[in-house]
Design a protein around this ligand. Sequence first.
Ligand SMILES: C[S@@+](CC[C@H](N)C(=O)[O-])C[C@H]1O[C@@H](n2cnc3c(N)ncnc32)[C@H](O)[C@@H]1O
Length: 208
Amino acid sequence: MKIKKSSTYKKNTINFFNKMANKNHGDSFKHYDNVIKWIKNKNGTELLDIGTGKGDLLEKILLIYPNKNWNLVGIDISEKMIEKAVEKNISAKFKVGDSENLPFKNSSFDIITCINSFHHYENPEKAISEIKRVLRPGGIIILGEIWIPGFFRNIINFFLPFMKTGDYKIYSSDEIRYIFTQQNIIQIDKKNIFPSNCTYLLKKAETK
Ligand SMILES: C[S@@+](CC[C@H](N)C(=O)[O-])C[C@H]1O[C@@H](n2cnc3c(N)ncnc32)[C@H](O)[C@@H]1O
C-alpha cells in the first residue's frame, strides 16, 4: 500500500517522544535478548544505536558484556530522550540527530542497532543509505520492528497519517527484506517475537 507522504511525521515524532521521555513506553526490551545473542562474539566494537531513546539497549549491553571494550554511540531525534540517556551516566556517547542524515563519517561502525524506531522514518530509503554509509563493509545491522498480520497492518497503515505519534509505516517482513536488499544489505537471520514483533539481522556486503 502506498503511504501518502506528509511533512508532519518528523515533527509529530519529535513532539511525541519529547513527551514520552518522562514515561515508560513500548515493548522494545523484547528485542534486546536477540541483540545480546547476536553481538555475543564481538569485541572492541564500535556500535551505533539509532533511535536510542533513553539508551536502555546500550545500558543493557554494558551490563551483560562489561569487559568487551565497546565504543557505544546512541543517536535520537528527540532531545528530551537524549537528555534522559545522558542522565544514565553510562559509558556511551549520546547525540541528538536524524537517522536520515547521520552526523558520522563513512565506515565508522561495525554494528548498527535500531529498535522500534525505523517505522517512524518518513524516508526509509534515505535512512538505509545512511546506515550503509556509516557501516563498515561486512558490518551488521540489528533491526527490531513491530510486526502485525497483513489485514490489520493495512488498516493501521491507512490511519497512521492521521495520528500524532509520528509512525510512518508498519512493514511486513517481506518489505523489510526487500527495501534493504535494494541497497545490497542482505538479511541473514530473523526472530519472530510472538505476537507482534520481529528482530532482523542484516549484513552489509564485505566489498563496497
Ligand atoms: C519506540 S522508541 C524506541 C527507543 C529505543 N530504541 C528503545 O529500545 O527503547 C523510538 C525512538 O526512535 C526515535 N526516532 C524516531 N524517528 C527518528 C529519526 N528520524 N532519527 C532518529 N531517531 C528517531 C524516537 O525519538 C524514539 O526515541
